[in-house]
Design a protein around this ligand. Sequence first.
Ligand SMILES: Cc1cc2nc3c(=O)[nH]c(=O)nc-3n(C[C@H](O)[C@H](O)[C@H](O)COP(=O)(O)O)c2cc1C
Length: 275
Amino acid sequence: MTETISDLIGNRFAQKTDTGKDRPAEGTHAQQLRHRSRRRYKDTPVPQEVLDILYACALSAPAKSDLQQVSIIQFDDADLREKVTDLIPSMPWIKQAPVFLLFCGDGRRVRRVCEMRGTDFAHEPLDAFMNAAADAAIVMMNFIVAAEAEGLGCCPISAVREVTDEIAELAGLPEGVFPFAGLCVGHPADDPAISVRLPISLTVHRNKYDDSRLATEIDSYDTRRAQTNPYSKQREPDRFGSKQNYGWSDDKARQTANRERADFSTYIRRNGFDI
Ligand SMILES: Cc1cc2nc3c(=O)[nH]c(=O)nc-3n(C[C@H](O)[C@H](O)[C@H](O)COP(=O)(O)O)c2cc1C
């Protein structure tokens, strides 16, 4: 039987659905529904022309107020690449990826344009930061969609924000430019399971926000997800104990029980955003 969009939605949410049952599993929708972050790559290089096409596609994304507040650093220099990857040894896929990029929010360019045209930049700092961060996120996602259409695989790396000062120095980021996420890019060398998402019933609200069914929805999500995405390790068993049915909600509750990237807000405040 021909695979349909409804089959792909079923795989993504681990829930059977009739939605999309009359549409063949092809085109952009199918590609998006099949998305997976890839953490293993073949040695095959990615030609610069392909990257240039992907940059053009990525930068075709919408941009807040047309301010276009994004910069992308492509690490070509082997020594520099090594220094960057050495900063995050816990994620060996960064070293292995043929291409490693850094997507940055860029609040510097528009400030320079203000200077050039004789005005003062007066946007509210948190909103200005949010706008640049959103632009960087949207452009990175557009890059991923374009890369996947090319048969490439990607893995975003927010761990760059655990070493913000070091990576900003290596990448020569001036004031006003901040790392949003790194991105590994290459030809995929494995075929990981689809990461099952929270149900649409929990994330799409009709007319008014409603999370009254959160507890039951999360329990059944944990159960569904465990079939395809079981956890091989439990976080901090010494602190939280070991559980028999350790699921997504256990993992995320334990993960967020630690303060991550406390230095990032200091970096942002020091570098052009008085939030
Ligand atoms: C902004 C952002 C930052 C991420 N940072 C990391 C990271 O530092 N390391 C990593 O291995 N994956 C990272 N990921 C990938 C997520 O873990 C992945 O998207 C999530 O587990 C869902 O899996 P999927 O992309 O295969 O559907 C990041 C994803 C996003 C969107």
